[in-house]
Design a binder for this molecule. Structure first.
Ligand code: 2NL
Length: 344
């Protein structure tokens, strides 16, 4: 009996030793310490032993049982400790690893210039109006005092979709639509930014699609001096307080009188340089007093209301501002170009 117990202890110890997981150890625990285990069996069969042997064997069996239990507990702790170490090793964060680079985008240079111009005019109480890029002949030409025979309406110069429908050649139709929506009651004070289309062979300074911002003010008692005041303030906000403007006589079918507007050269301050071709002035706008026929066609009484309007090409302004030499850079989306406008 004694030998059997010692043998039992030895095999139990080996099995505890070999158990490498919680589950394996649990099997050993059930096998040796469970109700149906060999020790319980030996204790149960003690009836057949002599009176002298009984307490000795009982004591030994309990000692062995306790030792096995103790070793199992110790092994349990070792396994738990190992598992914890393994987990910590897997969860280790290497704080010396370089961070993941987040690619940051930036606004397109044209968008930036549009927003800058919008902000200046919003500061003067203007509202922003937008409208369709596909327009009817009426809104694009007829309502702007450009009758059917007018050379500007040549099929060769515009993208026609049908005889009556075309890609807008300026943002003026948005202004016509806004005026019409007012039912002849002023004021109107808007700027209209947007894409416009003209049939043109693309080169460094021409594009068949470009961006225009037009402005329109209609109210009682609006005069040419209002036009000059608004545009001078725009030039100062855009190019600095020292900026000056000058108006030269011009012609547009939709304004009378009409003017080309120059701003003092932002490169040399008017001294004369390569950019202004030594004139000290740079042309940035066309403008004029809204033609009475245009007011009338859009529902405003030209006896009561007057107005001024202006238009500018955004690409040209952006090219002057950033020193861009080819208009095609705006549309080819070369990242080497676009990335130069980060945090500028
Ligand atoms: C330019 C010149 C101009 C206008 C646009 C306009 C619009 C209405 C009535 C009258 Cl609804 N005029 N627009 C007036 C003068 C000039 O643009 O050089 N654009 C790039």
């Amino acid at each position: 009996m004694k030998d059997k117990l010692h043998q039992l202890k030895d095999t139990a110890l080996t099995e505890i030793e070999q158990a490498n997981s919680k589950q394996e150890l649990n099997q050993v625990k059930v096998k040796y310490l469970g109700k149906k285990g060999p020790i319980t069996e030996i204790l149960r069969g003690m009836g057949s032993l002599s009176k002298e042997e009984r307490p000795l064997i009982g004591k030994l069996a309990n000692e062995i049982r306790e030792e096995i239990a103790k070793l199992i507990n110790e092994k349990e702790e070792t396994i738990a400790q190992k598992a914890l170490e393994e987990r910590l090793k897997q969860e280790t964060i290497d704080v010396t690893l370089p961070g993941k680079k987040v690619l940051k985008g930036n606004r397109h240079p044209l968008t930036r210039v549009i927003e800058e111009i919008e902000d200046i005019f919003i500061g003067m109480g203007f509202e922003i109006a937008e409208g369709p890029e596909v327009e009817s002949d009426y809104y694009n030409f007829e309502a702007l005092n450009l009758p059917k025979e007018h050379p500007a309406r040549d099929m060769q110069d515009s993208f026609y979709i049908t005889e009556e429908v075309l890609m807008r050649t300026h943002t003026s139709p948005v202004q016509i639509r806004t005026m019409k929506s007012k039912n002849g009651i002023g004021p109107v004070k808007i700027i209209c930014p947007g894409k416009v289309y003209r049939r043109d062979d693309d080169d460094a300074t021409h594009s068949h699609q470009f961006t225009q911002i037009e402005g329109l003010v209609v109210d009682e008692h609006i005069t040419m001096s209002d036009l000059k005041g608004v545009l001078l303030n725009f030039a100062k906000k855009m190019y600095g307080e020292k900026a000056k403007i000058r108006l030269r006589p011009s012609f547009f079918p939709f304004t009378e009188p009409s003017a080309e507007v120059d701003v003092s050269c932002m490169m040399c301050g008017g001294e004369g340089c390569r950019v202004c071709k030594n004139t000290g002035w740079i042309e940035i706008l066309g403008a004029g007093m809204v033609h009475p026929r245009v007011l009338e066609m859009s529902g405003f009484d030209p006896e009561r209301y007057t107005g001024f309007a202006f238009g500018m090409g955004v690409e040209r302004i952006a090219m002057l501002k950033y020193g861009i030499e080819d208009i095609r850079h705006f549309y080819t989306n070369d990242l080497r170009f676009l990335e130069q406008f980060k945090r500028m």
